[in-house]
Design a protein around this ligand. Structure first.
Ligand SMILES: Nc1ncnc2c1ncn2[C@@H]1O[C@H](COP(=O)(O)OP(=O)(O)O)[C@@H](O)[C@H]1O
Ligand SMILES: N[C@@H](CCC(=O)OP(=O)(O)O)C(=O)O
Length: 360
């Protein structure tokens, strides 16, 4: 059989790995490991993004004093991540497969150097047949330093590692075209580019999840726009991973159709960097129009009407259109003082070069 994908990222959500009482579902973990091992043996490279640290720590510690939510998360994840990775290690060892732990945080995606260091680490692991098991470093990622959830992290990882597909396993068969609780709702099988799904998504979350379906959908769209197939499926269904890869037509899931246009690796990094923007470049009507045309256009000083914030050369800046709407991100080619000096002038060097510009 021809394999559809040779490198995939698989995200396993908290709810897939957690029983109703909040403890780790080792039977489910073991079933998923068996499937990953089966795919690995057919030559598919897999990066596993696994939640479950907080859930697996919860049952291990019983604090005498009442803990606030940050303390709880730090304590449970510190204990739980050790337990989680230990379980994975043992389960994969039965298949003769080595695994490695990668704990990361949002800041590690902010500078290109850190980004490339992480990429290199996981590339070496894959080259040596080791499956990277990635999670957020919950012990030190607190509040604004946190990813929205592991869906966001898995999108960054899939994009960074040049995966052809990202499979997000949750406790639901896919995105429903109404409330999942409504028996008339159905799973949307395929989502093309530019489809607005906001009216379908309920704000309800599963009991142990962090972000909910809306963040899943937003991430999925962004990643698919970079040319990566994104699949949302039910990790609690038997043999789901193998079925998705080997019997894609007959397996229930939501599939985001990837863009056919290739996106460079630098642009992929920039696309996910909005949260790290240090400043804003406001542009006029004419520059906005040009950016949305088919041409490869850089942001020239002549089209800039305002420079907000203080930034250095190579920092990420947000691009804001003439109506005040954020339309993209880019890597600044100069600092904010130089950008202000050049603003509105003809014949100056681009403030953001096209190669380092991502328009949404
Ligand atoms: N239209 C929808 N289709 C599917 N699920 C939805 C929809 N709207 C809201 N949801 C909720 O999103 C939940 C999955 O997201 P989340 O709780 O973040 O899971 P995970 O922990 O796997 O990341 C589902 O259990 C469901 O309750
Ligand atoms: N890093 C956390 C999971 C965070 C999270 O957002 O989980 P999920 O709702 O599955 O996307 C943990 O391991 O418990």
């Amino acid at each position: 059989m021809v394999q559809q994908f040779s490198r995939i990222a698989v995200k396993v959500g908290s709810n897939v790995l957690t029983r109703r009482d909040g403890t780790l579902d080792v039977t489910r973990m073991s079933a998923l490991v068996d499937q990953i091992a089966e795919l690995h043996k057919t030559g598919v490279e897999i990066i596993l993004v696994s939640s479950g640290a907080v859930a697996s720590g919860r049952s291990e510690v019983h604090s005498a004093k009442k803990l606030d939510s940050v303390d709880q998360r730090q304590l449970f994840s510190a204990v739980g991540q050790a337990k989680l990775i230990n379980r994975y290690y043992e389960l994969f060892r039965e298949h003769g497969i080595a695994v490695g732990q990668v704990l990361t945080m949002k800041e590690n995606f902010a500078t290109r150097r850190h980004y490339l260091n992480q990429k290199n680490c996981m590339t070496v692991m894959l080259e040596n047949g080791v499956i990277p098991i990635v999670n957020e470093n919950d012990t030190i990622s607190v509040s604004e330093l946190m990813f929205t959830d592991n869906d966001e992290l898995s999108g960054l990882i899939a994009s960074m590692m040049g995966a052809q597909a990202l499979i997000i396993l949750s406790n639901i068969d896919g995105i429903y075209n109404g409330s999942p609780a409504d028996p008339t709702s159905e799973v949307i099988r395929e989502i093309g580019q530019g489809k607005d799904l906001s009216s379908y998504i309920q704000t309800s979350k599963s009991s142990f999840g962090r972000g909910g379906m809306l963040t899943k959908t937003n991430i999925a769209r962004k990643v698919a726009d970079e040319g990566i197939t994104v699949i949302i499926a039910n990790g609690k269904r038997d043999n789901i991973l193998v079925d998705l890869i080997q019997h894609p037509e007959s397996t229930l899931c939501t599939r985001f159709i990837p863009s056919a246009e290739p996106v460079s690796s630098v642009k992929k990094w920039i696309a996910h960097s909005e949260g790290f923007a240090k400043g804003e470049l406001h542009i006029n009507y004419c520059a906005t129009e040009l950016l949305f045309s088919d041409k490869a256009v850089s942001i020239l000083p002549v089209g800039i009407t305002d420079v907000i914030g203080e930034f250095e050369k190579d920092d990420i800046v947000r691009i804001v259109d003439f109506g005040g709407k954020p339309i993209g991100v880019g890597k600044a080619n100069c600092d904010s003082t130089q950008a202000r000096e050049a603003m509105g002038k003809h014949g100056k060097k681009p403030v953001v070069h096209y190669d380092y510009l991502y328009i949404e």
